[in-house]
Design a protein around this ligand. Structure first.
Ligand code: DGJ
Length: 726
């Protein structure tokens, strides 16, 4: 059992293979967070050797027996209204208008396995023996509000899943204004706040800033986790690198408004919190009702960012992604978007498919523009009926023809949206998110459907499922191209309007669950104008995600490097596109573009008919090479050896069973600066590794300590080496 409770002092000790997380109950029934970090054998006692001392002047000394104030204490689930003046995890309003809560420890329960979170995506176990769960109940005796804090400890992965259930067991209606999923305390402030900032076509750039006293936060108020701030932060020692130093990771399994924040107080203690953004949030609980928060996955690494990422990769690849494509090799696809945009017909698509089939591509994806009268992005979203002007024989005929080539067929949808110029809007103008009397402001000329309404969710399920049933469709790209404004819904009474943002996200999850479970054979790829909303919550429904609309090889290095902080390669859609690149106009060699895309779920996004014979030969080689190495990239342990954020080159390594793939990219050539040394990681030092093209043999200790030297001779040069362990 990886969870123990020392009865005398009520110390809860959670142990993963290499980490410990400790909480304790003070004699006044406050639940404290005492330690998170490298695994320890035992945590002895609460108040001897306590990490905080001093006087919290102007704060009530509400624990007089120890001359302490709650304001000094590392509260495991801090609530607003008592002597703790920092950001609370819990804040509620009661019927008398007061908003004071005071949680006291009540009981605990330990069991094997992990419960599902109703209506929410979450990590899971297949056998109860994979994890243990601790549930601690705290109670506010005056109001009867209880919170059940849940901690699942994975036995073979250094990860802890935390979530909270709020139960109204009192007699009055309560409005929960904030119920965060996790609070953790670190007992000094010598950390950097690390996060993934971005924008459309520039997703997940790694940002680091030193912690200072006060509050540092990232968030989203877009009803989507967004391109702008991924729901993830790390707290890392300033000296932490890819291979050394303490790094704490916090990844939120949620796709809506989120907040990740650190508050450093006057004692230099850092309170780290993650959860649903309290901004604009309010949730009414009538007596007997409960509210479940999404979960946060915590990990601690004493070997830098690399180990943190590998923990997330393993957990998310094996125990968050579901369905047959979790294990199965995914098809290599070709997508027509950058080849034709919306200007296509059956003949054009078939020409692209025929050429793709001739080089060995498995799946033809038809992107936006196949339905309604959609020749531009100003119309037809919601009308999921084929445009017979473009495809006179319908989707079924096209899909069948593609199948007859020996390829699978895939289709694009954007089910959460509605165009004002659509039959759906003309019939149901109030199905979009709006506030009566206010302008409905379009973005990309579209409005958002109100997924808090049951009839809208049913429509989406019915519309998508009927297309999927009508033709042999093996793949769906689910796009989402705007964020929500004019928030509110007539499906909710005035006192529940603040529930809208979370209810929208629950609506998306419900619709995705219904559709993906009805079509278990279909491969779903998520997309939100590229990699917006590419969060852990979405991986529960889509095994892969379109990482960015930016397909330039150089830009993709940074985007994929940043994304790999949390997301495994198996989830990152990556395609070779045409040059000059459509987003930034850069010309990079096909070899380079291929090597960049091979570091994800490989595909093409261009018309192969436009390539020369030589280029087609290279495409054939790329496909053969990718199919040979893809299990190493998809299932292997990833090591980031050189970062595009730090230098003129990038290098990634993947180790799986007895094979190693090393990719090296020169972004910018250098003159007279010597070579770049790349030291491999994760090898067996005493084993011999053969580089499969040259047949050269190296010892693992040589590759990891002496390394391989690369010359940065040309811009956009790249090498992909495969080693086999003897
Ligand atoms: C945004 C996506 O990211 C693109 O790949 C493409 O599908 C377009 N939408 C289509 O409108």
């Amino acid at each position: 059992m990886s969870i123990s409770c020392q009865k005398k002092d009520k110390i809860f000790h959670l142990q993963t293979p290499n980490t410990s997380y400790v909480m304790g109950v003070l004699d006044n029934k406050h639940l404290l967070h005492l330690y998170y970090g490298k695994r320890i054998d035992e945590y002895c006692c609460i108040l001897d050797n306590f990490p905080i001392s001093g006087e919290s002047a102007f704060s009530p000394i509400d624990i007089p027996e120890h001359f302490m104030s709650t304001n000094m204490l590392p509260m495991e689930y801090p609530c607003y209204g008592s002597a703790d003046f920092r950001s609370p995890a819990f804040h509620a309003e009661y019927e008398d208008g007061s908003s004071v809560t005071c949680f006291e420890y009540e009981s605990y329960k330990i069991f094997s396995g992990k419960k599902k979170l109703p209506g929410l995506p979450a990590t899971y176990v297949e056998e109860d023996s994979e994890a243990d769960t601790l549930e601690i109940t705290l109670c506010d005796h005056l109001t009867g509000i209880r919170v059940v804090l849940s901690y699942t400890v994975f036995n073979h992965i250094d990860a802890i899943a935390k979530s909270v259930q709020v139960k109204n067991e009192g007699a009055q209606t309560v409005t929960v204004k904030s119920a965060l999923s996790s609070t953790v305390h670190l007992f000094d402030k010598n950390y950097e706040f690390v996060h993934l900032e971005g924008a459309w076509a520039r997703e997940r750039s790694i940002q680091k800033r030193p912690l200072l006293n006060g509050v540092m936060q990232i968030d989203s108020k877009r009803v989507s986790s967004s391109h702008h701030h991924s729901p993830f932060i790390a707290l890392a020692r300033p000296y932490a690198t890819e291979t050394q130093g303490d790094v704490y990771g916090f990844s939120f399994v949620y796709s809506g408004n989120h907040i990740e924040q650190v508050e450093v107080n006057e004692f230099d203690v850092a309170r780290v919190q993650v959860g649903i953004n309290p901004f604009g949030f309010g949730w009414q609980l009538i007596p007997g009702e409960t509210f479940q928060t999404p979960e946060v996955i915590l990990t601690y690494s004493d070997e830098g960012f690399g180990k943190m990422s590998r923990t997330y990769h393993k957990l998310y690849r094996t125990r968050l992604v579901r369905g047959k494509y979790r294990e199965e090799e995914r098809p290599v696809l070709i997508n027509n978007w950058e080849a034709t945009y919306m200007d296509f017909n059956e003949e054009k698509i078939m020409k692209i498919a025929e050429k793709a089939q001739s080089v060995g591509i498995d799946l033809m994806v038809l992107d936006d523009g196949w339905f309604g009268k959609r020749n531009s992005d100003n119309c037809s979203l919601g009308d999921w009926v084929v445009d017979r002007n473009k495809l006179p024989n319908g989707i079924e005929s096209l899909a069948t023809k593609v199948n007859e080539l020996g390829m699978q067929f895939g289709l694009w949808f954007e089910p959460e949206m509605i165009s004002e110029d659509s039959d759906l809007y003309r019939k149901y103008p109030d199905w979009c998110v709006h506030i009566d009397g206010r302008k409905r402001i379009p973005a990309r000329q579209q409005l958002t459907l109100d997924l808090t309404k049951e009839e809208v969710r049913d429509y989406i399920v019915e519309a998508v499922c009927s297309v999927l049933k009508s033709a042999p469709i093996s793949y769906v790209k689910w796009d989402y191209n705007r964020n929500v404004t004019e928030i509110g819904s007539k499906s909710l009474p005035p006192e529940r309007q603040q529930e809208f943002a979370h209810r929208y996200v629950l609506g998306v999850y419900e619709v995705l669950e219904r559709i993906t479970s009805a079509f278990p054979e279909v491969l779903f790829e998520g997309c939100s104008g590229g990699g917006g909303r590419f969060d852990a919550g979405m991986l529960y429904y889509y095994p892969q995600y379109w990482t960015s609309d930016n397909t330039d090889g150089v830009e993709r290095l940074s985007i994929q490097h940043g994304t790999s902080m949390v997301m495994p390669a198996s989830t990152m859609g990556a395609h070779v596109s045409a040059v000059p690149n459509h987003q930034v106009g850069r010309n990079t060699p096909l070899l380079f573009r291929g090597h960049v895309a091979m570091a994800g779920q490989f595909g093409y996004e261009l018309d192969l008919n436009t390539l020369s014979e030589e280029e087609i030969d290279l495409v054939k080689e790329q496909l053969a090479q990718y199919k040979d190495i893809r299990n190493v990239i998809q299932k292997g342990e990833m090591y980031r050896l050189a970062s595009p954020f730090e230098g003129r080159n990038t290098s990634w390594e993947y180790v799986y069973e007895d094979r190693v793939v090393l990719i090296y990219y020169t972004i910018c050539a250098r003159s007279t600066l010597g070579k770049t040394c790349i030291k491999l990681c994760g090898l067996d030092e005493h084993a011999t590794y053969v580089e499969t093209t040259s047949g050269k043999e190296y010892r693992g200790s040589y590759l990891m300590n002496v390394g391989l030297y690369f010359e940065d001779k040309k811009d956009y040069d790249s090498f992909l080496l495969v080693f086999k362990k003897q």
